[in-house]
Structures are given as structure tokens and as C-alpha cells.
Design a binder for this molecule. Structure first.
Ligand code: SF4
Length: 292
């Protein structure tokens, strides 16, 4: 097992990663097949754009998380490797291609995400709706999780995004409220909680993801857990933040696996239905287990 490759301008040494953050390098037939499908259908994945440490494992298992609405985001969260800028892609053929790719991959459970398109009046809701419908028509047996962006209180857009037949709707809370200004400056903690609550009110299974190791205290994590339960969130994933490049916010701490196990226990004790917590956990990691 080898350390993850890094890209940076600055040569100063990074903090050494502990043993528990060793990842499997991408290889094998499944991995090649996924790669070919992604390239052939000209699709984006958060696996690639987000520098996800689990790409080797997931693609090796024949699954990937497709990213729709282009690969340029209107936001600049300091932890995220996705390109920031003025998006120009609005591809009405993308839903068909995503559906074809998922059908070819024969996955039991598909996860779809997108960049933030704050410049679009409907926040990209129509492409979201058409994509989920196309996947459901092409692969009726495949369950779908949609990891949707912050719709900035455009609740009509939210309704359109989540009424296409998906089984799980996730929206990441990402970090604790005291770190929002540094980590997620264009988002609001309360607004994301409200979005989760409204999604639940539509009868959807709700899910969110939290990164740790950015300088939060365990008490702040407990408070986030209580806030999520109070806003009818069903599923929580908790994973270690990893710095994609030197341009991104630094890792404040490598959280020990014992503390991850403790957070899982607290989450279940305090009312969450399912908690996936571990150093390499990401929101779509083992997502097929979150359909229940
Ligand atoms: S909104 Fe999402 S894709 Fe955009 S920068 Fe933030 S985390 Fe990355």
C-alpha cells in the first residue's frame, strides 16, 4: 500500500499521514472499464475532480459518483479541489449519457452530485430532474442517491431536484458552524439545515456529510449531530479532511479511528438512523448501505 500522490507548487513538507490513511492505488479490469465509460460518455466525476482517496477502491468495485452540470463551480470552498469560476456548460444531453453510463456499469446503487450553479435561476434543478428520470427509465432496478448543492433557499428548485424518484437525498453540512467562514464561505449552516429539513418534509430519506480534522472540537461535532437530528436528518457520514493541494486549507489534525468510532456511537445514541464514520469515509462511500 502506498501514500496518495500529491500536486503542489510549494515544496514544504506536508504533515506525515498516519498509517490509517493509506489508500489502495487504482488498478484492475473494473477500474479500466469505469475509466473507459467515463471517457467515452464525456462525463465528469467527483472522484476525479475532488481528488477522492477512495477512487481506487470504488472504481475497482465498478462504481463512481457522476458530477453533472459541468466541472466548474461558482463557489470556492477552501477544502474542495473542484475548479472554481464562471461555468459555461449547460448540456441537455448529459442526462441521457449519465443514464447510459450507469446502465453499462450495472450498478445496484448510483450516486450523482453536481457543482453549485448559483448563476442559474433554477440552480440546475431541471438537469437534475431529467438526469434522475433518465436513470430510472434506463435502469429501473438501480436505486439513486442525489448529493445536491445548496440551493440558496430557492425552495421551488429544491422541490424540482428531489421529486424525480431518487431514494436518498444528501446535502453536505461539511463542517461545524464556527468554521464556515474559513471552509465554506458562500454557504450558511442554518440554511443547509433548513434544506435538509424541507427535504425530509417531502418524505425523502435524508443524508449529510461532515469532515473532521479542520480544527473543530468534539463538543462542536456533538452539537452538529443534535442539530441534524432536530432537522430530521437520517444518515450522517463523517470522514477525515485531506488537503487536495497546497492551495487548499491545511489539515489541522489527523483524527484517530477511535474518535471516529466514538462519533458513530454518539450519533446513533442521539437519534441518527445510520452513521458511517471513519478516516477514509466520504459521502458516497459505501452509499449502497444507506438505502434502507
Ligand atoms: S460548492 Fe461543492 S463543488 Fe463547489 S467548491 Fe464547494 S464543495 Fe466544491
Amino acid at each position: 500500500m502506498l501514500e496518495l500522490p500529491v500536486q503542489d507548487q510549494d515544496t514544504s513538507p506536508r504533515p506525515k499521514r498516519p498509517e490509517w490513511l493509506k489508500v489502495r492505488l487504482p488498478m484492475g479490469e473494473n477500474y479500466r472499464q469505469v475509466r473507459n465509460i467515463v471517457d467515452e460518455f464525456k462525463l465528469h466525476t467527483i472522484c476525479q475532480s475532488g481528488n477522492c482517496p477512495n477512487m481506487g477502491e470504488c472504481w475497482g468495485a465498478g462504481t463512481a459518483t457522476f458530477m453533472i452540470l459541468g466541472n466548474v463551480c461558482t463557489r470556492s470552498c477552501s477544502f474542495c479541489a473542484v475548479k472554481t469560476g464562471r461555468p459555461n456548460e449547460y448540456d441537455t444531453d448529459e442526462p441521457r449519457r449519465v443514464a447510459e453510463a450507469i446502465w453499462l456499469m450495472r450498478v445496484k446503487h448510483a450516486v450523482i452530485t453536481s457543482v453549485n450553479r448559483d448563476e442559474l435561476k433554477d440552480r440546475g434543478a431541471e438537469i437534475w430532474y431529467q438526469t434522475v428520470r433518465a436513470v430510472k427509465e434506463r435502469s429501473p432496478e438501480t436505486t439513486i442517491e442525489t448529493l445536491i448543492p445548496d440551493v440558496k433557499s430557492s425552495w421551488d428548485a429544491l422541490e424540482r431536484m428531489i421529486s424525480a424518484g431518487q431514494e436518498v437525498v444528501s446535502h453536505n453540512i461539511e463542517t461545524v458552524p464556527s468554521l464556515y467562514r474559513k471552509v465554506r464561505p458562500q454557504a450558511k449552516y442554518e440554511r443547509s439545515l433548513e434544506q435538509i429539513k424541507r427535504t425530509s418534509a417531502y418524505g425523502k430519506r435524508t443524508k449529510t456529510g461532515l469532515m473532521v480534522g479542520l480544527g473543530e472540537s468534539p463538543e462542536e461535532v456533538y452539537q452538529v449531530i443534535d442539530d441534524l437530528v432536530a432537522h430530521n436528518c437520517d444518515i450522517l457520514t463523517i470522514g477525515q479532511y485531506l488537503q487536495p493541494t497546497k492551495m487548499h486549507i491545511e489539515v489541522a489534525e489527523f483524527i484517530h479511528p477511535d474518535l471516529f468510532a466514538h462519533y458513530k456511537e454518539i450519533g446513533l445514541q442521539r437519534g441518527l438512523k445510520y452513521v458511517e464514520s471513519g478516516p477514509l469515509v466520504r459521502s458516497s462511500y459505501h452509499a449502497e448501505k444507506h438505502v434502507f
